[in-house]
Design a protein around this ligand. Structure first.
Ligand SMILES: *[C@@H]1O[C@H](CO)[C@@H](O)[C@H](O)[C@H]1NC(C)=O
Ligand SMILES: *[C@@H]1O[C@H](CO)[C@@H](O)[C@H](O)[C@H]1NC(C)=O
Length: 437
């Protein structure tokens, strides 16, 4: 009899749980689908601004926010994409795989490569790039890894004044709000800045990876600390609630109320206009109409590694021969578009026979989703990539990072390679296809 009573209670609890879950999921979906087109309500643009920033992405959001801190300065930020407010897929780190290749992504592919990408169809590498306010920080894997100090010092050494590691570090500190207990008090980190940096060890496999590193004689380090050589649990741009914290959330959103800052969305810059060799304004297309705004001080291009050189070339700044081929008048003959660097990444699949990992079914279960919605825990707070039924791994893969410096010099010979470990729970029944990002 007692067993039967317990059973009934269990069933009742289960029914309540399911009802509550269904209601919550319905509310979430309703909010998600009812979000408006998000046309930024800007009655009209001014004729001119002190600064025009092209590209409201990871960098542009910061620039617009910092420049408009001075009330005497007027700023226009142009962004080709729109604002994504209350988009569950954007705020949920575990949904990142649904954002790449979506309407928020420029979805670039390289031309077929001759010496790499042998595992990829047509040897064309896929380059996801954010076409949205907040840019690629809206659809990246949230990794908070600063550049190598050797790269910064190399730029300074080559004449880029003010860009040595010692000179840029204070700006990293000014930005950061780090709440990771192990590192937040180090002199390489700080608290109180707008950019939230947290860590997620949703799975014990992270520690297993770190132990493996130790076994190999590597140091367990802070990847944003003194040296990047070693193994580290990754730090991510994520709020304490486990949600994505893009540069839009961190920098631009709090600044949008300022009178001296205008944001124009759905505005694709097509040309920087020059008088002699001085930039005097920017031409752009909004809602199918061509527009022009003049600038009193500076035009700043922060449209990313692909669009910034593209716009420069459209504006007449680039290799003369190529511009002439394209019927563009050369204003300045410069090697724009060269020396583009990408980091190599190889993906390794391993299967374990254990419960430390998680299948897609488990990851997308209602209880896992509830854990995320209610407590900000569970695998949704980690970045993931579900491939067929083989998963989890990707959950971990980006939670640990290991660096090895190949040369000690400050030369460009420094190389970094990403090795991404996918750990599946049991033997994959479907062959897994490699992909590159
Ligand atoms: C736009 O122009 C108005 C009127 O001159 C001015 O008060 C305002 O600050 C300007 N806003 C920006 C962002 O330039
Ligand atoms: C996985 O582990 C279970 C129980 O520990 C064992 O019965 C099974 O044979 C293992 N499978 C493989 C493929 O090793």
């Amino acid at each position: 009899m007692e067993d039967l009573g317990d059973n009934k209670k269990n069933r009742w609890a289960m029914a309540t749980f399911i009802t509550v879950t269904v209601v919550i999921v319905a509310i979430v979906l309703a909010v998600f689908y009812s979000r408006q087109s998000n046309e930024y309500k800007l009655e009209s643009l001014n004729k001119s601004y002190d600064y025009i920033i092209v590209g409201g992405g990871s960098a542009g959001s910061v620039l617009a926010s910092r420049l408009s801190e001075s009330p005497g300065v007027t700023v226009l930020l142009l962004e080709a994409g729109d604002i994504e407010e209350n988009n569950f897929l954007v705020t949920t780190p575990g949904a990142v795989h649904l954002l790449q290749h979506s309407e928020l992504d420029w979805e670039y592919y390289t031309v077929p490569q001759k010496t790499s990408q042998f595992g990829i169809y047509d040897q064309k590498s896929f380059w996801p790039r954010g076409r949205v306010v907040g840019g690629t920080s809206i659809l990246n894997y949230l990794v908070y890894n600063r550049g190598s100090r050797h790269d910064f010092d190399g730029w300074a050494h080559n004449g880029c004044e003010g860009w040595s590691y010692q000179e840029v570090l204070p700006y990293f500190l000014k930005s950061e709000d780090n709440i990771i207990p192990e590192v937040m008090d180090s002199k390489y980190h700080s608290k109180g800045g707008p950019l939230k940096v947290t860590e997620s060890r949703a799975m014990t496999l992270v520690d297993t990876f770190l132990d493996a590193g130790k076994e190999m004689g590597e140091h367990i380090i802070d990847c944003n600390g003194y040296s990047q050589d070693g193994f580290c649990p990754l730090q991510s741009t994520k709020s304490e609630k486990g949600t994505r914290w893009s540069t839009y959330d961190a920098f631009l959103k709090p600044a949008l109320g300022r009178d001296n800052l205008h944001l124009s969305v759905n505005s694709l810059a097509t040309k920087v206009i020059f008088e002699e060799r001085r930039a005097v304004g920017v031409e752009f297309i909004k809602n199918g109409r061509k527009k022009f705004v003049t600038v009193d001080n500076e035009v700043i291009l922060s449209a990313g590694a692909v669009e910034t050189p593209h716009l420069l070339m459209l504006s007449g700044i680039g290799p003369k021969e190529h511009l002439t081929d394209m019927d563009i008048m050369t204003i300045s003959d410069l090697p724009v578009g060269e020396n583009l660097q990408d980091h190599m990444m190889s993906i390794v699949y391993n299967c374990i026979n254990g419960t430390q990992s998680m299948t897609e079914k488990q990851a997308s279960s209602i209880s896992n989703t509830m854990r995320y919605l209610l407590f900000g825990t569970g695998s949704h707070v980690t970045r993931s990539r579900y491939i067929h039924q083989v998963t989890a791994a990707s959950l971990h893969l980006l939670q640990v990072s290991a660096f090895q410096t190949f040369t000690e010099s400050f030369s460009q010979d420094d190389a970094q390679m990403d090795m991404v470990q996918h750990v599946c729970q049991s033997s994959p029944s479907i062959p897994v296809l490699g992909f590159g990002t």
